[in-house]
Design a protein around this ligand. Structure first.
Ligand code: SF4
Ligand code: SF4
Length: 380
């Protein structure tokens, strides 16, 4: 495992962070819960192998993720890691709500302080609302009374909004979506560089773009096969992000022990500046090949659900993108079939537009749903 100093904070973090968002879930009495036993095993295994950064959030796993992480960090594990968790801004309506949520989170996580406390998924409107409610004085006070160490934020919006937020407060970390496909989306490469100039360490989410970069289409595979240096598709994606010195930690949502072990091997080799110029040109070709094939730039973040009509937007988009990426139109109706049976397919959209207000990628979700429905019906 490679470690880097976290800004000027005087400690080092593992360049691989455990993203607890995707820990396995189980269904009991019709309700979904985190599989606590497997989650605890996975997190402890990663920590035993050198991972010292664990990321969770109030809203993950039906608001039960922090409890699971708290369980994993019992028995001496808490002291071995930095915890990052997030204030769920959509649930906050007053200054008092902020204190209440933070106190609840400390309890769930079984700790007296949170290392990185992020305002979750800031965008233009959410940032304005949170400022209005006094979030900056809340952060100052929570640092002062020791409940949090490093005020931070995670981000989903355009670059200009990122610049505004980054330069409005003494942030100690920013978490952004960054991968070799998204260099010009959201904060992007410009945002990364800006944070670097201001001495704000970056934590990267979605380095594999919701897993898509780990399953390459034929054109991408061909480029990788022809390239003399051999690494897996997801290894190259992690390398690309880890090449930037501004990136302290990459979060990987790991849900099996094999994934953890595979990632550990990869991160043994990822150092800032690890890509040659030739590697970078090759990754540029991968990017172009992907862009050509993925019609819907959906990251699977699921901020758009639940939809009032139950439409499973991220699932349907992922099925559509995959059918295009792998050139298998016949799989579209087959894979949509389950959602049709459940009554949550694209045809159930009534066009209310609620989902589009939540989408960090500003996708015209309603239009895409029409396309998905049309093609799924035509290819039957
Ligand atoms: S526009 Fe359609 S998919 Fe979006 S929330 Fe409304 S009904 Fe659901
Ligand atoms: S449609 Fe938008 S909000 Fe929904 S999963 Fe895709 S990127 Fe996220």
């Amino acid at each position: 495992m490679q470690y880097v100093p976290f800004g000027k904070h005087g400690f080092e973090v593992s360049r691989l962070g455990f993203g607890a968002m995707r820990i396995p879930m189980i269904e009991e009495n019709g309700e979904r819960h985190p599989d606590v036993q497997r989650g605890v095993e996975l997190i402890r295994h990663a920590i035993d192998q050198g991972v010292n950064y664990v990321d969770t959030a109030y809203v993950y796993s039906g608001k039960q993720n922090e409890d699971m992480v708290g369980e994993a960090l019992k028995g001496g594990y808490r002291e071995k890691v930095k915890i990052a968790t997030k204030l769920a801004c959509p649930y906050i309506e007053s200054r008092a709500d902020m204190d209440k949520m933070l106190d609840e989170q400390l309890k769930k996580l079984g700790t007296d302080h949170i290392d990185f406390y992020l305002l979750h998924a800031l965008n233009k409107d959410r940032w304005a609302k949170m400022k209005e409610l006094g979030v900056l004085s809340f952060l100052d006070e929570a640092v002062k009374d020791g409940r949090i160490k490093y005020p931070s934020f995670s981000f989903h919006d355009k670059y200009d909004v990122f610049e505004d937020i980054l330069t409005s407060y003494d942030w100690q970390m920013a978490q952004i979506q960054f991968n070799y496909l998204d260099i010009n989306e959201q904060a992007g490469l410009r945002g990364l560089r800006l944070a670097g100039r201001r001495g704000v360490p970056i934590v990267v989410m979605e380095p594999l773009r919701g897993g898509a970069l780990a399953s390459p289409p034929p054109e991408v595979k061909k480029i990788l096969e022809r390239y003399p240096e051999k690494h897996s598709a997801h290894d190259w994606a992690f390398r690309y992000v880890g090449h930037f010195k501004e990136v302290a930690v990459q979060l990987s949502g790991m849900s099996t022990r094999e994934m953890v072990d595979d990632n550990l091997k990869i991160f043994d080799e990822i150092t800032p500046g690890c890509l040659s110029e030739r590697d970078q040109r090759m990754i540029g070709r991968l990017r172009a090949a992907y862009k050509k094939r993925m019609p819907i730039p959906c990251t699977g973040c699921a901020y758009c659900v639940p939809c009032p009509k139950g439409v499973r937007i991220p699932k349907l988009f992922s099925i559509y993108n995959e059918s295009k990426m792998f050139d298998k139109p016949e799989e579209l109706p087959r894979d949509c079939g389950y959602y049709v049976k459940e009554g949550v397919d694209a045809s159930k959209c009534v066009g209310c537009g609620l989902c589009e207000k939540q989408c960090p990628q500003s996708l015209p979700i309603r239009e895409w749903l029409k396309t998905v429905h049309k093609e799924a019906t035509e290819n039957k």
